[in-house]
Design a protein around this ligand. Sequence first.
Ligand SMILES: [Fe+2]
Length: 381
Amino acid sequence: MLYFEDLGQRVEYLWQRESYEESVFPDIAHNVLSSRAPGEHVTPTSIAQWILGRTSLPRQISLDESFGQPPVTVYAGRRFFIDVYYWVDGTTMIHQHGFAGAFHVLAGSSIHGQYAWREARRVNAALLFGELTLRTMDLLPTGTTHRIVPHGGFIHSLFHLERPSVTVVVRNHGTQGGPPPYAYLKPSLAFDPFFQDTLTTKTIQLVAMLHRAGDPAAGDIVAELLDRADLHTSYFVLRRCLEVRDRGLAGIEGLLRRTARAHGDEAVASLRAAFREDARQGALARLRSVIQQPEHRFLLGILRNAPGRDTALRLVSQRYPDERPVDVVMRLLGEVAPEKRLGIELGREELDAVRARLEGGEGPVLPEAAESLLQALLQAG
Ligand SMILES: [Fe+2]
């Protein structure tokens, strides 16, 4: 496509003049994307039409849909490439990057959170304990360009609101010898999502098989495995058990206690908190397929991302500057509450309790599932 050809050659020219030094690449990518804004030249549909009309494509960096629905490489440069990511129902975890560059919001908008990480305990390079804190959370409108600094300098998450939301990313192939591109689970866990070793992979596959087959020895086998496993393997096994047992954290409480005997209470407290948050995030992410209207997606985005009601209400006033934030939240909640579209019981009584607590006052505590799902509206912060 002529536009991406021009964009790519411009980036190539500027970066070559800097001898391909990585530290200047985010600025170059940001400046070129800002000065030649994609939205003035292409649309999500025109890019799709262009690709569908071709008989060959630039070398595709990613053929699967693990990041983007789909991702498409539209320009392959010498040491960098340009990708377009379409997002329909997908979303990202909190993550950092093993590459440098910049992204531009071509269509749609997102809730964008940026975080800081302080490492407290390194189990190994692929599993860290520490403290994840929110730095900023804002709405990212169409037309925004953002630098991507590799590694811990830019930890973020995007929750896309419109279908599709589309981003254009100018990025290099990745830094050599840097740390893994960690993903994070609030409040205190970082892990390498691409880590694999053969025995671990086969272990968690067999653990899942034993559970699914209803093998009566499954519980004992897993418990014994956890008695002798290293902490990293225990993390994988526990996470898999949580998925296959399908009874929430209560279903693996015995296994967590066993892990605590082997690896200490502190490590298990971090794992327990991370698993609890992961389950909450997963429940909200699954609701994306049934809650598709942008306004309702926005409510879902707030529930999934905001740490508490101050941030939640600030995001609401960014999107609805002329309305009272509490009224907006209650209107949206009232629209999705019927037919248990949030997966929880939200009748008149519960909605009144949410309003009272959103206003900062006292209100009755809701059942645990509702407290967890609605914590962004019910808790301070
Ligand atoms: Fe990212």
